[in-house]
Write a protein that binds this ligand. Structure first.
Ligand code: 5GP
Length: 114
């Protein structure tokens, strides 16, 4: 079981700028935004990393991506585009071990990422 800063945000123990919530998913603005729009989509039920997800989590992972896509559409980024990122473990650049999807939008992204 992981308990991270994101679990504290889910429990409302620390504040966050929440932009979307449903029964399974919470989304809030990143504290250190890397684009004009930088929102993190997390499952309320913590999974540490993508590598810890199992087939039992398939629906939850789908919900995360669909929530990100829906938010991007609502915010008007569907046509121009946006980036979704899921960092996994050390080499992936993961710093918070509560699985999350980054949604970055509002500027032209570069490739390859750093
Ligand atoms: P990772 O590096 O694990 O993929 O992404 C973690 C993200 O969480 C980082 O972009 C970082 O800025 C963000 N972050 C870390 N602590 C907090 C926090 O307390 N509140 C919010 N809103 N974002 C945080």
């Amino acid at each position: 079981m992981t308990d991270t800063i994101f679990a504290k945000i889910v429990r409302r123990e620390i504040p966050a700028d929440i932009v979307y919530e449903d029964d399974d998913v919470l989304a809030f603005r990143d504290l250190n935004p890397q684009a004009p729009v930088h929102v993190l989509f997390i499952p309320k039920r913590a999974i540490a990393s993508l590598g810890d997800a199992t087939t039992a989590d398939a629906e939850l992972l789908g919900k995360l991506l669909l929530a990100a896509a829906s938010y991007a559409r609502e915010q008007g980024f569907e046509k121009k585009g946006y980036r979704t990122v899921l960092n996994t473990n050390e080499d992936g650049g993961q710093t918070v071990y509560h699985l999350h999807v980054h949604l970055l939008a509002g500027r032209r992204m570069t490739w390859p990422p750093g």
